[in-house]
Design a protein around this ligand. Structure first.
Ligand code: FE2
Length: 256
């Protein structure tokens, strides 16, 4: 499986604060069956410029990759791809150089949405990212916006966009959020998984358990489709390709 959301790069955000922790996180991910992992340090548009961010990310990437290569059997750790977790900003579709934050060699951008009540502006901006910038937003941890999504019946709107949901593995395991995540996983928007791990603690170690839960509740075919969509996204497959891999019969489900 591929982990689309991690804070494994050392000393760049509120994630790992040392190489030792980063390696520990990678070892834990590997034990959970993660073969590729996207490094998505926070980028907050009002706090830094994209060139500044990329410079810091390249430094952290170099340090971590050197440490990996200095180990025995570096191939046993997940393969790393660079990305970012981009914070929301007003008029984000006009923000310069956003393409540089997309996951390496792809048009997929892990994006946090604003908290609170959503207006049409949120969907208009996502649509402009699609049409004006050629960017496919990957909506980070949609469980955090469950209230907003339910309030404006947003699943229909997301299904009309070229975007993905990054389902949070810890959220899948929380009984109070499980139903919401299962609605997403049985819905029309293709999904990928992310741990959002910030350190070497429990978050790094729950991908396997989340996959077991999804398989038990929704069947092995859902896990297979998650895996296929994840791989296709990292190969920069277009949305038509991902939709064909994420085949869903019937109507868009209502959230209870
Ligand atoms: Fe995150």
């Amino acid at each position: 499986m591929i982990d689309f959301h991690t804070h494994v790069l050392p000393n760049i955000d509120d994630g790992s604060h040392s190489i030792v922790t980063s390696i520990n996180m990678l070892e834990n991910a590997s034990k959970q069956g993660v073969c590729q992992l996207v490094c998505t340090p926070h980028f907050w548009p009002l706090k830094a410029t994209i060139p500044e961010f990329l410079q810091r990310r390249a430094l952290a990437e170099g340090l971590l990759k050197s440490a990996i290569e200095g180990r025995n059997h570096p191939e046993r750790l997940p393969f790393l791809k660079m990305g970012a977790e981009c914070g929301w900003v007003k008029n984000i579709s006009n923000y310069p150089d956003l393409e540089a934050l997309c996951i390496e060699d792809t048009a997929f951008l892990l994006l946090e949405l604003p908290m609170g009540d959503w207006t049409d502006e949120v969907f208009e901006e996502l649509y402009r990212l699609n049409t004006r910038r050629g960017i496919y937003p990957v909506i980070a941890h949609p469980n955090r916006y469950a209230k907003s999504i339910k309030a404006c019946d947003a699943l229909q709107s997301f299904a009309e966009l070229d975007c993905l949901f990054q389902v949070d593995v810890n959220s899948v395991l929380r009984l109070t959020e499980r139903t919401f995540n299962f609605r997403l996983l049985t819905g029309f928007v293709p999904c990928v998984l992310g741990s959002d791990m910030h350190d070497g603690s429990h978050k790094a170690q729950r991908m396997g358990k989340a996959l077991q839960t999804i398989e038990k509740q929704l069947g092995a075919e859902t896990v297979r489709q998650l895996s296929a969509c994840s791989a296709a996204a990292l190969q920069n497959g277009g949305m038509n390709r991902l939709r064909s891999l994420w085949s869903r019969p019937g109507q868009i489900p209502q959230i209870p």
